[in-house]
Write a protein that binds this ligand. Structure first.
Ligand SMILES: Cc1cc2nc3c(=O)[nH]c(=O)nc-3n(C[C@H](O)[C@H](O)[C@H](O)COP(=O)(O)OP(=O)(O)OC[C@H]3O[C@@H](n4cnc5c(N)ncnc54)[C@H](O)[C@@H]3O)c2cc1C
Length: 446
């Protein structure tokens, strides 16, 4: 029997790809360094919940996993902005009833995808870290087992051992641009059995140079994440300056008083929860001949501010499956051509979402509180209401499969138009909507 397609990493992308490949008749074996989270408690590590959007759902559709995931996905209809005075305003994500994003628990999603992969016929191995790859012999060492592979797929995350092994065999020139901001997660428990905040929104406390966000969980808690500079030289807030819980309490009392009151064990959480690092991985080559390919964060980890890292990783799976095309079990696949197609299909789009994710940090922590931004956004939504052809960039990224690079390009033209139409105006009623609609119609919105 020929060697299987071997996937290193049974995280989100690895498990989904395993399911998709197995459903199409490929022999697949997945090796994961951690224990099986369906059987024993495994620390999620980071970002307890994730925003799932259309590109992610498309990946799940291709694995027949939509219904299973929908069971625990919580819809979020917009951003609930909390200003410094505790006032709330909802900024809807879109104008159509299906323009919502979903909060999903990372652990539940991963467990669900492992079940789907296993049911589809993929072999799963746990406690099996990849340590070494012999590309010439097509063999990989996972813990004590030496495993033959037809091809090796690196779905082993940002610190990928597959990528390091590829680079050792032929330098890739990969590097990571680390952000000088990090993040810390805090759990906001339920309040007497009810959600402490509106569960149908992604909550943001924009504070200019930094922000707090919170996403709902099925157990009626919220996971709040503080994004903040790691260090600062001018006395401004930073993780370094908030190294003890008392300083953090004072900071929260001044900036996020409503949240502080909702976290009874704030001091313990602040002390116990680590500060995570964030960065953008640039990797000029994703494959090693016809032997190995990187996908997901192993290929192109990005910062989380557009909520697209996993969605993009799921889109990778779809692209790879489409690139393989129809496959008769037992027939040979030209993997080198498949990997070239994958690169040609994905590279410019992964670069585009990496750039948009960085841009979105400014939007979330600062612009959402700016009246000029709010007017541009209100106009965009009004135009989207009037013109089905007009979809704001945010909607194109989150609610369609329009390629990222095209969405970014469309977004540039839209931003220029919104700026021009709102110049010198403070309210929607001051804008000639018919003229604005005609101008929007002339834009290509994809
Ligand atoms: C704070 C934060 C918030 C985020 N929010 C969102 C969001 O809202 N929406 C969104 O779409 N994305 C979000 N992301 C991004 C998302 O988490 C990643 O893009 C996604 O997890 C990538 O999936 P992956 O399978 O490629 O990698 P991972 O999820 O990292 O999975 C890699 C797997 O490989 C395993 N592994 C590692 N090394 C080895 C080895 N040597 N051998 C075998 N197995 C190995 C790991 O244990 C893990 O199971 C966020 C990220 C962060 C940090």
């Amino acid at each position: 029997m020929s060697a299987p397609v071997v996937i290193a990493g049974a995280g989100l992308a690895g498990a989904l790809l395993a399911a998709q490949l197995a459903l199409r008749g490929h022999r697949v074996a997945v090796y994961e360094k951690r224990a099986d989270s369906r059987r024993e408690e495994v620390a999620a590590g980071r970002s307890i919940n994730l925003a799932l959007a259309e590109r992610g759902w498309e990946g799940l559709r291709r694995a027949n996993a939509v219904d299973a995931v929908m069971q625990f996905a919580l819809p979020m209809r917009g951003r609930m902005v909390h200003d410094r005075h505790g006032r709330l305003s909802l900024q809807p994500y879109g104008v159509r009833s299906d323009e919502v994003i979903y909060s999903v628990h990372r652990g539940h999603l991963n467990q669900c995808l492992l079940d789907v992969a296993q049911d589809a016929g993929a072999e799963l191995h746990f406690d099996a870290p990849l340590t070494r790859v012999d590309f010439a012999a097509r063999r990989a060492q996972f813990a004590q087992a030496e495993v033959p592979f037809e091809v090796l797929i690196g779905a082993d995350g940002a610190g990928s051992v597959v990528r390091a092994s590829m680079s050792a065999a032929a330098p890739l020139g990969d590097y990571t641009d680390f952000l000088d901001h990090g993040y810390k997660e805090l759990r906001i428990p339920d309040r007497d059995g009810a959600f402490a905040l509106d569960p149908e929104a992604l909550h943001i406390w924009p504070r200019g140079g930094y922000m707090l966000i919170a996403l709902p969980n099925p157990d009626r808690s919220f996971t709040a994440t503080l994004f903040l500079a790691n260090r600062s030289e001018n006395g401004e807030a930073s993780f370094a300056a908030l190294s003890d819980a008392n300083a953090a309490q004072r900071f929260f009392a001044a900036q996020f008083a409503d949240v502080l009151g909702s976290i009874p064990d704030f001091d313990r959480q602040w002390t116990d929860h680590p500060v995570g690092i964030l960065g953008t991985l640039h990797c000029p080559r994703w494959h090693h001949g016809d032997r190995a390919l990187l996908i997901g964060d192993a290929a192109h980890a990005i910062v989380p501010f557009h909520g697209q890292g996993m969605n993009c990783a799921f889109e990778d799976c779809v692209s790879l499956i489409d690139g393989i095309g129809h496959h008769t079990p037992g027939s040979a696949i030209d993997w080198s051509a498949v990997f070239d197609r994958f690169d040609a299909d994905r590279r410019q789009h992964c670069e585009a979402i990496a750039a948009m994710a960085l841009e979105n940090y400014i939007e979330m922590r600062d612009s959402v509180a700016d009246p000029a931004y709010q007017l541009r956004r209100a106009l965009e939504l009004e135009l989207a209401r009037r013109l089905p052809e007009f979809r704001p960039r945010y909607a194109q990224v989150m609610f369609t499969n329009i390629p990222y690079a095209q969405a970014r390009q469309n977004g540039r033209a839209q931003a220029e138009l919104m700026k021009r139409l709102t110049e010198g105006k403070t309210q929607l009623s001051e804008i000639d909507i018919d003229a604005a609609t005609a101008a929007a119609l002339r834009l290509r919105s994809g």
